[in-house]
Design a protein around this ligand. Structure first.
Ligand code: BDR
Ligand code: CA
Length: 315
């Protein structure tokens, strides 16, 4: 089994990824950490607790950062994930479960240090919590087994950004944090738009899940209704992109994606702020902005039918 901490901003596709993780017998979920992003951190933490309680996850849920590492406004867009972050489905007024006493970044450090070399961090929101953990305890990076993120867009299938033409949301929300995470000395895999925009769950697919996958299937249907509306309005497609679920699938089915190795940088200034750029190989380029960085893996493509079958089967 794989020990995993799930760092997330639920978030419609975050919720569908969490249910998928909970259904994976190979995953030992050590904790869930919330982060701002798809909604405020108050909302994403409430949603994480709600999902844990409703779907029987009894482990720790720790509340994370409320805005980017560099300070400034935590901008959230209710148009995509709804005002409540879960597609405006009905939620109970009170959640019984309580968050862990530690802030998320502390929880992450403690969990990794308790099992050196064994813990994978699956991060599918802005990378703020991971950057805070690195700032507090830089040496902990070498104790992490692997970092798998949903984030970025590297242009392999023509995909760069979704919040601007250059920036994908998780990176664009906190480019400084992302660049610190890419600079760190840990094995990292970025599953970006290059792969996730190639894996659409159509309305028919989601309707079949609703019929066949019990309470979880019905929940996925309900929670994706307004998210599907967003994609219909903006891209004219009939379905959703389950971005975060593909990153979750990578943990136990890495063969679903093809990857390329190279150092990654995040653009921090100007109109392309939030763009992710991978060095194409290990050449020493001038002026060497990528130099000295560890080569990380970037997803260049995906076997979408295989991913969709795996998701449906497991659910
Ligand atoms: C990513 O941004 C968020 O809106 C989604 O949950 C996903 O993690 C896609 O760009
Ligand atoms: Ca997310």
């Amino acid at each position: 089994t794989r020990k995993v901490v799930f760092d997330t901003d639920p978030g419609v596709d975050d919720a569908t990824a969490l249910l998928f993780l909970l259904a994976d017998p190979e995953i030992e979920l050590l904790g869930i950490t919330s982060v701002w992003g798809n909604a405020t951190v108050e909302t994403t933490t409430r949603n994480a607790l709600y999902l844990a309680e409703r779907f029987g996850y009894a482990g720790p849920v720790a509340r994370g950062a409320g805005g980017p590492v560099a300070g400034g406004a935590a901008e959230v867009d209710p148009d995509i994930h709804g005002h409540n972050g879960l597609g405006d489905i009905d939620l109970p007024a009170r959640i019984g479960m309580k968050a862990d006493a530690r802030p998320a970044h502390r929880f992450i450090i403690d969990t990794v240090r308790a099992a050196p070399g064994e813990v994978t961090l699956l991060a599918v929101g802005p990378l703020t919590n991971l950057a805070l953990a690195l700032r507090e305890d830089p040496a902990f990076a070498t104790l992490v087994k692997e970092v798998v993120i949903m984030g970025g867009g590297f242009g392999f299938n023509g995909h760069l950004g979704n919040v601007t033409p250059a920036a994908e949301a998780n990176i664009g929300n906190d480019p400084e944090a992302a660049d610190e995470v890419f600079a760190a000395d840990w094995p990292l895999v970025a599953i970006g738009l290059d792969a996730t925009m190639e894996t659409m769950m159509s309305t028919d697919y989601l309707a079949a899940l609703r019929e066949a996958a019990g309470e979880a299937g019905r929940f996925v249907w309900d929670v994706t209704r307004s998210y599907a509306g967003f994609y219909r309005r903006t891209l004219g497609v009939d379905g959703i992109f389950a971005h975060d679920s593909l990153a979750a699938a990578y943990l136990t089915a890495p063969e679903l994606v093809t990857t390329r190795a190279g150092a990654i940088r995040t653009v921090l200034d100007g109109f392309a702020r939030g763009q992710t750029i991978q060095s194409p190989d290990t050449r020493e380029f001038v002026p060497g902005a990528w130099a000295g960085r560890r080569a990380h893996l970037v997803a260049t493509g995906v076997d979408a039918p295989a991913f969709l079958s795996l998701y449906a089967e497991r659910m």
